[in-house]
Design a protein. Sequence first.
Length: 273
Amino acid sequence: MPELPEVETVVLSLRDQGICGRRISSVAVHWMRSVQEPSVEEFTRILKGRTIQNISRRGKFVVMGLSGGWTALVHLRMSGRLFLGRPADITKHDQVLLKLDDGRTLRFHDTRKFGRWRLTQDPETVLSKLGPEPLEPVRDFHKRLHAKSRILKPLLLDQTFIAGLGNIYVDEALWEAKIHPQRKSDSLTTSESDALLKAVRKVLKKGIRNLGTSLGHGKANFQLPDGESGRNREALNVFRQTGLPCPRCGTNIERIKVGQRSTHICPSCQRKH
DNA sequence: AAGTGTCCCTGCGAGC
DNA sequence: TGCTCGCAGGGACACT
């Protein structure tokens, strides 16, 4: 499940492989709903002939700046991947294909078909709704936690509160900060809020260093654009570690439900009260 | 305002 | 072996 570190890894990798400056020579959309806006016809017509000028990340969005003032926003959701490869590599679940002028093809591969592309001249309409970037200076984190009375985990997953976190890194951060996911956001002390933000940064940076987390058994859900998979899975402390000893205290990790999401905690380190 | 339920999808593991 | 079934999960949206 691509979260901030996985999206960052994809962006850096595509940039590293020289995607910037390449011209899109043709476009093919195999699953219509992979394109959220505009219509598939317009999407294809507008993209064709444009140059990819830059690529970056905002929250979990891949942001591609194109010639002529257009921007492509790609959200990978559950299973989306972006590969740069030869046309011969094309496989079953490639939903959107951009053929480039150097002979390579940018492939949007998405087995579960939840991923979405948007092509817009005003990306801020979408991006301005996102909360702050956790790896940049975050102002008034404690104050913002106390401005609401929300259950902590769903709040951290809310992209308008803070951008880029998903199920994996929220569980890891809450464990790191020794805070129970069902605590109310306005119950945290200032030192707990500080510890939480530090923990969020720590787990995200570690995820990026490890080139992302690949899950699944054998088949990686997340892969780098060149087909390699991240190695952060081995670095996880609680996520999908149910029944295994907590690396800090040895108590068995438990799996609970918080807001319909499976959640992993150490019942000794993370107390509700 | 905060929380719950439903939908979108496919692959996988469990149970028979 | 081969089938069905339920689950996972980010985000949008309707509803309470």
